[in-house]
Design a protein around this ligand. Structure first.
Ligand code: URA
Length: 236
């Protein structure tokens, strides 16, 4: 069946129809090896070879899951009304319509999973699965052993006690301390609020792992495709 080229591209997971139109206008789309720039050209995806920048477009969207090292200054949404950079700006080569699983604050960096697998996202986010998330927080001052213990046992936050956490001091500087904290809740700004409640401002925050899946040496702004084995690590 013939359809407009931009619609075919959108259906194949090439972002939005508008983006597909931009690709066509820019001469990046070929049909059977020929560049097509005329908007509204009709094609039969079952009978022709469509490519973007030379990469063939496959119609059935593959399930894909990525681990991104989100830099600070990027918003964890697909679009930002204020025009700030969004995490998917860093995934230009990914044609599948992946979405972030959970969120990281604008000023938080580190591990962010993106997927087009709704079931996986659900399993990661569902509180009953208690997926551990580990952060490195550089906080102002020097939290005492008692403070760390309180945070581990759970503190009252916005009228609700936090679940037990695990905290380890990684590094003590003159004015600040780096603490590793593992939680399995995902309340908004939870780590910042937990430390703030104990009088320690979070100066820098990075998520370093989901379960046993660590960020490793992935540089900020880069991502990698996760294997089945990687996915299993999230749940251990
Ligand atoms: N806790 C926070 O305070 N911020 C994040 O981005 C993630 C966890």
């Amino acid at each position: 069946m013939e359809e407009r080229l931009q619609k075919v591209l959108a259906r194949a997971g090439i972002a939005s129809r508008r983006t597909a139109e931009e690709y066509i206008k820019a001469g990046r789309v070929t049909v059977d090896g020929k560049v097509v720039t005329a908007m509204g050209t009709k094609v039969d995806p079952a009978r022709c070879r469509i490519a973007i920048d030379g990469t063939p477009v496959t119609m059935a969207e593959e399930i894909i899951t990525l681990l991104l090292n989100k830099p600070t200054g990027y918003v964890t949404t697909l679009k930002d009304p204020q025009g700030r950079p969004v995490v998917t700006d860093l995934l230009k080569e990914i044609t599948a319509r992946v979405f972030p699983v959970g969120r990281l604050d604008l000023d938080t960096e580190g591990a962010l999973i993106l997927t087009n697998d709704g079931d996986l996202a659900q399993r990661i986010l569902h509180p009953s699965n208690e997926i551990k998330k580990t952060y490195h927080a550089r906080v102002a001052g020097h939290p005492t052993g008692k403070t760390l213990q309180k945070l581990e046992q759970g503190i009252e936050l916005e009228g609700k006690k936090t679940w037990p956490a695990r905290l380890t001091v990684l590094k003590k500087n003159t004015r600040d301390t780096t603490v590793e904290i593992t939680i399995h809740e995902g309340r908004k700004r939870q780590v910042r609020l937990m430390f703030a409640a104990m009088g320690h401002r979070v100066l820098a925050l990075k998520r370093v792992a989901y379960g046993s899946l660590g960020l490793g040496s992935l540089p900020p702004g880069k991502y990698r495709v996760l294997s089945k084995r990687d996915l299993a690590l999230i749940f251990t």
